[in-house]
Design a protein around this ligand. Sequence first.
Ligand code: BGC
Length: 485
Amino acid sequence: MVKSEKIPTVSGWHFRIKLSAVAVFRDPSFFSLNGGWQADGKGPSIWDTFCLEKGRVFGEQNGDEACNSYELWEKDLECIQQLGLTHYRLSFSWARLLPDGTTRHVNQKGVQYYNKVIDDLLACDVSPMVTLYHFDLPQALQDQGGWKSAGTATLFNDYAKFCFQTFGDRVKLWITVNEPYVCAKLGHEDGLHAPGIKEPGVAAYLVGHNMLRAHAMAWHSYNSFYRTKQKGAVSLAINSDWLEASVAGCAEDVAATERQLAFTLGWFAWPVFVTGDYPKIMRSAIDAQSEKFGRSGGSRLPSFSKDEPAVLGTADFFALNYYTSRKVEAGGGCGEVLSMKSDRDARDVLDPSWPICGVSWLAVVPHGLRKLLKYIKDTFNNPAVYITENGFSQVGQLQIEDVQRSEFYKDTILEVAKAIQEDGVNVRGYFAWSLLDNFEWADGFSVRFGLFHVDFADARRGRTIYRSGREYAKIISKFQCGQSK
Ligand code: BGC
């Protein structure tokens, strides 16, 4: 970790980053089980249901209130202003706007809430970036098959059109689906996220496919009906680790790394940015495994239909969520069970020199982001990139003076600066994850990603800035309006 003396170096650079660093949150009160959602007209989501199942979430916690941004939005706005953010990424809750997931019934209170959030942001000169789908499918749609059902993509398109129509006069940056990889893999292969489905080697590919179809339909809707008037931009947020061969130059590890990349970043980026179809190595690995397991009846990886809007070219920018890096070696997947792991036949390894911060999967590797950005530039024809998530977690003993996280943000933003300055990557913005400590999915409140601490033991949900929040504010104050001061 570098020392804070590095800050002056950053300010000396001519940063081409157009947006200053910004922070993100998701609607932290989208899980409202205790009747609150009924009072507000919000429908339940798959996370509401998941939290009710024993053993799913750390300490049987739930997001009934979380940081209660639904009622405490003004407090969040104060935090945003205290940091001096120019942009703010937030996630709509589909079931708050359309309780049963369809446009048959619109919850006006939900519309009012998001209108207020957007208007307040704009009044403070903060531009919203809105994510339409962040893991929380309306339960009513799950009951009809969820993302495994082709029809969910069509209903998502209706929901997206409703949002473009209702909020698009003011929202200019849209993310359709956040991290389809995580929804597909953790939600439908591993069963660790809602809806908790465990159908290895089958469901995740179908879910990923329907999410890509949903995204493509929504992008085409925007393009055909709203773009000319609203002049916004639409993409999907793709998460990826930086991956490199465990032993550099070892042909097996290099090939395993390529496979692993194809099954993660490539799975969603290739169809949208390169060919309109999945990476060839992904399809051939899946089909070879199907043959080995004697599975007939077509590929487990679906194909895009020519009768539907094309998926190729449906991103106005590359939205990247980056948290960590891994070394990769061959193997780990040749067992007897059909699964994504055996399809990709590649194993992640942690480099012992990379410190783990908080949550066990998050090895701190700021330079991995620079490498990944360069890879994206080279592989996807130099797209405009927004880093839509990047962050550092705390677990256990609370540290308001979180020196490590402060260093993490400085180190990481320096790497982004180098990617721009030295590698010529077209980075347009950086969003830290997250503004507030929040309900961290299956980890409940045990993992804290915020720049502000939230006191979940107190009904008022007090927000206290961490040292990293103060440092972050200093860093981004140097990069306002596309220039370094
Ligand atoms: C998600 C966030 C989550 C973060 C840290 C991303 O996968 O988009 O919702 O909090 O990672 O786990």
